[in-house]
Design a protein around this ligand. Structure first.
Ligand code: HEM
Length: 190
């Protein structure tokens, strides 16, 4: 498979391009008492090319952007919507994942692209205390439902994509491990 589109080589990010759908999602989020509330979900992610960028005449990046829509398995209602970019630097194998969720939370997570046993691994993390791979949140969220850390392990094997993400929250006066995972299949390439 060529990783070049319109003269831009997207490297490992090219493996993500297209539309993916899944019906095996598992969400673990806090209920109103701060106890685990588990919800099965279906989700779809569409990744499209977003071009290249040069920073300070030195750093050369390529990126793709995505839209992730998550629906409750039981009734099809949307309960999570997320947009973002995956960014890659060829000379260092650095990957970055910027995302925004409509709760007043944005972040930039970073890591190193890896391949093992035929699988491509996009593992990234961010920490609210970091000024580099950090988390930005509204005054309300910072005070009442702070996202302290974010880690995401995303792997691709051909037309199968799996992700597992953990958001360590501080909500209702205690820490809570909010997790989401899903396996999706590619249904469309462009
Ligand atoms: C597949 C991805 C995700 C799903 C399905 C999901 C779903 C949920 C659900 C159901 C809640 C409980 C509150 C409610 O009923 O509205 C929640 C809370 C929360 N989520 Fe997520 N979430 C996802 C990803 C994320 C990510 C990536 C972040 C941050 C980086 C995040 C941050 C939060 C925060 C801060 C809360 C606490 C708000 C509250 O419960 O009052 N979530 N999420």
């Amino acid at each position: 498979m060529s990783t070049t589109i319109n003269d831009i080589d997207y490297g490992p990010l090219a493996q993500l391009l297209g539309k993916w759908v899944g019906n095996k999602g598992q969400d673990n989020a806090p209920d109103a008492q701060g106890n685990p509330d588990k919800t099965a979900f279906t989700d779809e992610i569409t990744f499209t090319p977003a071009g290249s960028a040069e920073n300070a005449e030195e750093q050369n990046l390529v990126s793709i952007k995505y839209h992730h829509v998550v629906r409750k398995l039981k009734n099809g209602h949307i309960f999570h919507d997320q947009i973002g970019h995956w960014i890659y630097e060829k000379s260092t194998n650095v990957i970055m994942h910027s995302l925004s969720i409509p709760r007043g939370v944005c972040l930039l997570a970073g890591g190193i692209y890896q391949e093992t046993n035929g699988k491509s691994l996009f593992n990234v993390s961010a920490n609210a205390d970091s000024q580099e791979y950090g988390i930005v949140q509204s005054p309300f969220m910072f005070k009442k439902a702070k996202t302290k850390t974010f880690t995401m392990n995303l792997s691709v094997d051909g037309d199968e994509l799996h992700y597992h993400e953990t958001m360590l929250l501080h909500i209702y006066g205690k820490d809570f491990e909010h997790t989401d995972q899903s396996t999706l299949l590619r249904v469309k390439y462009d």
